[in-house]
Design a protein around this ligand. Structure first.
Ligand code: WTA
Length: 631
């Protein structure tokens, strides 16, 4: 049966609903918000605990909430160890394909061996429980092994996206005071090799805390290795210390699992801290209920493991659920625009989870590319990272999903750890709406005074309750965490997401976009401050401002305004030089679309750049209240 279309409401087919892991939403939702602790305790029972928790939720020091405190668990014990001991032992855990067609597969048993060896290597390098290890890698299986190896021994990983560049990597190493860096000789995109180790070397010069750099040989690039600091992983794995058995550390439920840096309203990126216990419960529960994962499924989250989507839905959630995951290291349209569709057909992928930007990017090549392939294995299609425009939604639904796969549009953030607003496979869908809150979550739209707005009115999106997957703090900066995200209304704490949204008459939530100085460019999260910082690090620039303006493919594109030093000429050459400079400091994804030379930037009397004025001018809109604008 195909789906019915009724004034843009899409009803899931009986094939999907009849076998859904969750058969009913309303009642369970009601139960979950009225009995939040009981609901989450029931979900936590699906995991293996070394020691059961003392309390499900500890609110005594709110908003510094604790989940499953007193419990002992290790996420790797759940994501790997327990599968090796059960029927999943020989099940495929990771299917990997490189851009050049190279293939590597790992069963749960094989994954365990790799993780144990890597963990032993880390131990031999003096890595201990609580140490922060920075990981800067392409999308290769070793990235996942490295993350799991850290977690297994109780170390905290800090993955820096492999598309970032020198300054972005150096500042993240610095903030975390990492002693160990794991990287690779290089990666490749569109057949071109990228020398990651050279970028890592430059970053290590800027951030001296690194004493040991472990390098994975990935594509035979000639790289500079510094004796007594840099080691090849394959050399270390050949040593007797790197045995294939390693005991998993018993970590506390609230012990840190990882730090992931993300852009915020002001200043440097914040290291969001996630934990072993609550994060494991939240990612595995959302993955099971929302994406309806079945034992025989092949799951493909086509994000990069270096972002939160990859952490939660490539690595931890799916592996805890014993799923088979697909990992592809390459461009979606290389060598031809059918690459993704070919992967789906070749491997029989059942669920695809990607970003609106990727969908729009592939949509522009037309239907003929997906039409070459049998995509009938697909059952569900996911979307994340930015609002999905109805046109892309309908193309995804019709051309890729053959009108039979629900589009699971999930709203969440690095800070939330997992999906917060999302349909289930049984939910009637409206293209462009992430629909309803996930179980346990109460979500409202409020005005500047904190009062709930009416239906269809725009306001700020808030979450009125704690949830197990929430980030616990900003690394080393509890105050910043409290100030940025939490406020109290009538004695109750609420989390401010930083997005604007509205709720329609049916209670469906429509997320509109960021209200702060965060840009979502091709679904990637960047801060205006980081881009401005990269611009002013160029000798010609004295001041800079960055804003996002709508872009058909990328969602938003970066536009910058710079004031240059006296005597410098703001011409085409300098414009290109500045674009390249941002690209090499921050990473290609941060390269501005455009650099405009200006005499001065609009500022408040206290010296804050008024980006909204720049934006309004660029869009030809009303500039709004200018009373605080400096003369
Ligand atoms: C945006 C990504 C609309 C939003 C998981 C949020 C979305 C930011 C959606 C977090 C969606 C994410 N619809 N907007 N389905 N999903 N966003 O930390 O602005 O990289 O605040 O986490 O992405 O980005 P982050």
């Amino acid at each position: 049966m195909t789906q019915l279309e009724q004034s843009d409401i899409f009803y899931p087919s009986s094939e999907v609903t009849e076998q859904a892991n969750v058969a009913e939403y309303e009642k369970l939702y009601q139960y979950s918000v009225e009995n939040r602790e009981a609901f989450w305790a029931e979900q936590a029972e699906n995991l293996n605990w070394f020691k059961k928790w003392d309390s499900v939720l500890d609110e005594s020091n709110a908003p510094m909430y604790k989940w499953f405190d007193g419990g002992e668990i290790n996420i790797v014990h759940n994501a790997v160890d327990r599968h090796v001991e059960n029927a999943n032992r020989n099940k495929m855990a990771i299917i990997w394909e490189g851009e050049n067609g190279e293939k590597r597969n790992f069963s749960y048993n094989g994954l365990n061996r790799e993780v144990c060896q890597f963990a032993n290597v880390l131990k031999s390098m003096g890595v201990e429980k609580g140490d922060v290890v920075t990981i800067y890698m392409p999308q290769i299986p070793e990235l996942i092994f490295a993350m799991l190896a850290c977690a297994k021994i109780g170390a905290v990983h800090s993955v820096v996206y492999g598309g970032f560049s020198t300054e972005a990597l150096a500042s993240r190493i610095d903030d975390a005071h990492s002693r160990v860096l794991i990287t690779a000789d290089g990666g490749s995109r569109r057949g071109k090799k990228i020398n990651l180790k050279a970028i890592a070397n430059d970053a290590m010069k800027r951030s001296p805390s690194i004493e040991v750099c472990i390098c994975v040989k990935n594509n035979e690039l000639d790289v500079e290795m510094e004796p007594s600091r840099d080691f090849w992983l394959h050399d270390l794995k050949a040593l007797p210390i790197a045995g294939s058995k390693c005991e998993t550390e018993k970590t506390g439920a609230e012990d840190p699992l990882f730090i992931l840096y993300t852009s915020g309203t002001t200043g440097s990126p914040k290291g969001m801290v996630h934990t072993h216990g609550g994060y494991a419960v939240y990612t595995s529960t959302t993955h099971r209920m929302i994406f309806d994962i079945k034992p025989q499924d092949r799951w493909w989250c086509a994000a990069d493991p270096g972002w939160i989507t990859g952490h939660s839905y490539i690595v931890y959630g799916p592996l805890i659920n014993g799923a088979t995951i697909m990992l592809y290291d390459g461009a979606p349209n290389y060598p031809y625009p059918n690459r993704w569709w070919q992967i789906i057909e070749n491997y029989g992928i059942n669920i695809l989870y990607t970003s609106p930007t990727a969908i729009r990017g592939l949509m522009r090549f037309g239907e003929r590319w997906p039409k070459k392939h049998d995509l009938s294995s697909l059952r569900l299609l996911g979307s994340v990272g930015e609002p999905i425009n109805p046109k892309a939604w309908k193309w995804y639904h019709h051309v890729i999903g053959n009108d039979k796969c629900p589009i699971i549009d999930t709203w969440w953030q690095t800070e939330t750890g997992g999906c917060m607003i999302s349909p289930l496979p049984i939910t009637p869908l409206k293209p462009g709406s992430a629909t309803k809150p996930f179980f346990g979550n109460e979500i409202s739209i409020v005005n500047d005074e904190g009062n709930e707005v009416g239906a269809n009115e725009e306001g700020k999106l808030i979450i009125k309750n704690p949830w197990p997957g929430m980030a616990r703090t900003v690394f080393k900066d509890e105050q910043r965490y409290k100030d940025l995200y939490w406020s109290q209304v009538d004695g109750k704490w609420r989390y401010l997401a930083g997005d604007s949204a509205k709720k329609d008459d049916d209670g469906y939530i429509w997320v509109i976009g960021r209200i702060d100085e965060v840009l979502k460019v091709s679904g990637y999260r960047l801060g205006t401050a980081e881009i401005e910082h990269a611009l002013v690090s160029h000798p010609a620039v004295t001041e800079a401002a960055a804003i996002g303006l709508p872009h058909e493919l990328k969602g938003n594109a970066i536009h910058t305004y710079v004031v240059i030093k006296e005597g410098m000429v703001g011409d085409k050459n300098l414009c290109n030089e500045l674009k390249e400079h941002v690209g090499s400091e921050m990473g290609k994804i941060a390269t501005p679309e455009d650099v405009q030379f200006v005499e001065a930037l609009p500022k408040t009397r206290s010296g804050k750049i008024m980006r909204r004025v720049l934006k309004a001018r660029a869009l030809g809109q009303d500039e709004g209240d200018l009373s605080t604008l400096e003369e």
